[in-house]
Write a protein that binds this ligand. Sequence first.
Ligand SMILES: *[C@@H]1O[C@H](CO)[C@@H](O)[C@H](O)[C@H]1NC(C)=O
Ligand SMILES: *[C@@H]1O[C@H](CO)[C@@H](O)[C@H](O)[C@H]1NC(C)=O
Ligand SMILES: *[C@@H]1O[C@H](CO)[C@@H](O)[C@H](O)[C@H]1NC(C)=O
Ligand SMILES: *[C@@H]1O[C@H](CO)[C@@H](O)[C@H](O)[C@H]1NC(C)=O
Ligand SMILES: *[C@@H]1O[C@H](CO)[C@@H](O)[C@H](O)[C@H]1NC(C)=O
Ligand SMILES: *[C@@H]1O[C@H](CO)[C@@H](O)[C@H](O)[C@H]1NC(C)=O
Ligand SMILES: *[C@@H]1O[C@H](CO)[C@@H](O)[C@H](O)[C@H]1NC(C)=O
Ligand SMILES: *[C@@H]1O[C@H](CO)[C@@H](O)[C@H](O)[C@H]1NC(C)=O
Ligand SMILES: *[C@@H]1O[C@H](CO)[C@@H](O)[C@H](O)[C@H]1NC(C)=O
Ligand SMILES: *[C@@H]1O[C@H](CO)[C@@H](O)[C@H](O)[C@H]1NC(C)=O
Length: 804
Amino acid sequence: MYIGKFKISVWVVFAMCLIKCSLEFDPADNRLINCGSSTNVSVGGRVFLGDSSLNSSVVLSTSPKIPANTSSNSIPSSYPSDLYKTAQIFSGNSNYTFSVSKHGRHWIRLHFFPFAYQNNNMSHASFSVSVQDFILLRNFRTDIPVVKEYSLNVTSDKLVLYITPSPGSFAFLNALELVSVPDELIPHSVKTVESTGSYENLVHQALQTVFRVNMGNAAVNPQNDTLSRHWVPDGSFLNTPNLVQFVSKVQAVNYSEGGPTREIAPPSVYGTASKLNSENDPTLNVNITWNFNVDPGFRYLVRFHFCDIVSKSLGQMMFNVYINSWYASKHLDLSNQTSNKLATPYYLDVVMKETHSSSLTVSVGTATDATSYPNAMLNGLEIMKISNVKGFLDVDPASLKSGAKIKTGLIVGISVGVVFIIMIFALAFFLVIRRRKRTHSNANGNKLDGASEYGYRFSLAAIRKATDNFNESLIIGVGGFGKVFKGVLDDNREVAIKRGNPDSQQGINEFQTEIEMLSHFRHRHLVALIGYCDEQSEMILLYEYMENGTLKSHLYGSDNPILSWKKRLEICIGSARGLYYLHTGSAKPIIHRDVKSANILLDENLMAKVADFGLSKTGPDLDHTHVSTAVKGSFGYLDPEYLIRQQLTEKSDVYSFGVVLYEVLCGRPVIDPSLPREMVNLVEWATKQQKKGGLEKIIDPNLAGQMKPESLRKFLETAEKCLAECGLDRPTMGEVLWNLENALQLQEDEASSQDSDDVSLRTDEGRPLQSLSSTRQYSMGSAGDIVDISMNTVFSQMRNGTMR
Ligand SMILES: *[C@@H]1O[C@H](CO)[C@@H](O)[C@H](O)[C@H]1NC(C)=O
Ligand SMILES: *[C@@H]1O[C@H](CO)[C@@H](O)[C@H](O)[C@H]1NC(C)=O
Ligand SMILES: *[C@@H]1O[C@H](CO)[C@@H](O)[C@H](O)[C@H]1NC(C)=O
Ligand SMILES: *[C@@H]1O[C@H](CO)[C@@H](O)[C@H](O)[C@H]1NC(C)=O
Ligand SMILES: *[C@@H]1O[C@H](CO)[C@@H](O)[C@H](O)[C@H]1NC(C)=O
Ligand SMILES: *[C@@H]1O[C@H](CO)[C@@H](O)[C@H](O)[C@H]1NC(C)=O
Ligand SMILES: *[C@@H]1O[C@H](CO)[C@@H](O)[C@H](O)[C@H]1NC(C)=O
Ligand SMILES: *[C@@H]1O[C@H](CO)[C@@H](O)[C@H](O)[C@H]1NC(C)=O
Ligand SMILES: *[C@@H]1O[C@H](CO)[C@@H](O)[C@H](O)[C@H]1NC(C)=O
Ligand SMILES: *[C@@H]1O[C@H](CO)[C@@H](O)[C@H](O)[C@H]1NC(C)=O
């Protein structure tokens, strides 16, 4: 008897182990952090370690560390209250560095449960979060509890999560997870709704789970999911609840070999469904539709989970599946998909293209020409947002507000502009016809030559050496294109090294554009290209290093010393010169397309140079009026006319430059969501104040008492003209330059009459003048500005043998 019992219990243990082993996924990386706390908290069997118990595998860099806590009774019992009772507050740029033990797909979950601690009301916090090349959150704020879940393919041994408070604000985090997930969770290639085509690039994208829904109107708790997911009931998303029958048969679910595993979705999901209630009507022809709010402008991976837990025989579940009005699957035959087995899970992935709509609807509906009884069902649904070409997963809330503005502008613009447009069309048509033959014959002559002719090629080894193997601590900036490192070449020359993200097609185009542009255009006020590297499909550009960083960082949001009014004028003049040269320096004007204070760099003498030509385009021929092109550029700086008509002229740069002038004058961001509503958009607010005569309200208080009224008047007049609604009313870059030089002269006149009559030979600091306006008044684009320093340095490089 005893022996028998023993045997039985051994078998039970063994069997239980088998079940457990097959049930549970054991993540290689499982870092759960209870932020701002000194205690460990267990939530559903998962232990979140207090910050202070972290070992070297997770390092938090922030200063000062501000752990926050709240009283116990403010958190509803439906939340893991011990976890959410504490938070870490970040007052400056901070980061978590994780050691990663296994590359591949990981989830990052960010838990936010805002509460007020001392003077910090977390409902008012505003911040951005980025990781690898992805921007997860932009100027994010929340006054309700949320958990954000992202997945990405981690491809290095260290993963750094950056937390960046918006200017003047702070950031917070209650809990943080970095967890390995099975690689097969996200496939390499997924079919798209548009066509028979497929979306191939998924492994390189970051995804955000925006909805995870269990049909059958039953929630599934993390405890009932091997990957600790939370599935919400579908009832509140249903458009047509009276057509629907909720069914539940969890025990029936039979995972089959080769089909989805429990990690794809647990039995609690496959075992419940929302099904068409068609029992009394064999002629029923309807859809069941669920409606979801999403951010427009992104692609979404939509995953449908099916499991026929209702049919008694094969071939009875045949229906159509739609996303919006697109077919996700036509005549889906569930028994066919599950190799003729009932109650067997199956899932369907479809990538939904970008739309302008903020609603995404999912439907299952009867296929009228199907032979079976009308039926349709769905067991579970996941909607995942796919990062865009810039690596963004989030829209800046500020851009949404201004976006609405543009729409009304658009309507007004259209009604006013129709006559005008017709005239332009007629004219353009006439000109095109007239010129067609001629253009055809010399089109190639006007095209820019390829990069190979002009670039200076560096080996990857030389670049690795210069950047200490892309040491993250040398990063001086991150942009849409990739990361920028500070590097030191063998000849001790400091360079800025921009390393493109190899995955984006956009990147390749921008890479080539930038090499072409910068090889052709050398100018004292354009950042010089020193070389490039395209070894091993890298896209790396080397520029002269600009000691003082961006103009933006000297205007606000940093500890840089305050720029005087005169210095600001000189910087504006320098950048205007660079742009003027771009517009006029060659037979065909070059349009920069991304003029902003972050693209104006300052060297060690605070001399301005225009940078970042990735978006540049050759402008119109004289006879054509514009270049028509997809809207690109930076929000807040975009020419409204360009937004509406998508027609690009030099005047679009003039508009953006006008925005920069206001930024320089006011010393604040172009879009600042932390300000009261009417002040959020700098241009709107400044124009309004200027009209009302409330100028003193907008000017950077740091400039108080420095400005000569005439100089300020000239400057304002110039800025205002740059922002004219209609491009034709805006000045040319040359006129802008002339006026700014004039403003500087007006500023200096009195000063000079007081202490010297030779303005042009002295500076504030007694340093020799750096090519700045006062030495060469009105000598726009003079030959002396076009320099060729980099050619010489490149040759010295060649002698040093750094290059291939
Ligand atoms: C939390 O857990 C870690 C790892 O298990 C342990 O080293 C640490 O002592 C725990 N901290 C506390 C306060 O219990
Ligand atoms: C750090 O702690 C985690 C979780 O307790 C553990 O898995 C990991 O092995 C530890 N790493 C080191 C380097 O001690
Ligand atoms: C993390 O932040 C600290 C400052 O808080 C900074 O010194 C460090 O360079 C950052 N690490 C990385 C990898 O950016
Ligand atoms: C909350 O923080 C205060 C200090 O601000 C500390 O005295 C108290 O012990 C903390 N409470 C908990 C539960 O951590
Ligand atoms: C924090 O801010 C939110 C939103 O503005 C407000 O509703 C709440 O009352 C504030 N809490 C405290 C303690 O000030
Ligand atoms: C992650 O990226 C690497 C390199 O691009 C690729 O080889 C691998 O298959 C990817 N893994 C997953 C799970 O996507
Ligand atoms: C699951 O399917 C297998 C064959 O695919 C079958 O042998 C087994 O009986 C099924 N189990 C249940 C519980 O239906
Ligand atoms: C969830 O798991 C609990 C036990 O952990 C179980 O009792 C319950 O039936 C499960 N719920 C579903 C819907 O599977
Ligand atoms: C179901 O939805 C699709 C897509 O929106 C639509 O084309 C179709 O006509 C709908 N069917 C019925 C019966 O409403
Ligand atoms: C599903 O249907 C297709 C064509 O209708 C057929 O070729 C295929 O063999 C079927 N698969 C199964 C598992 O029945």
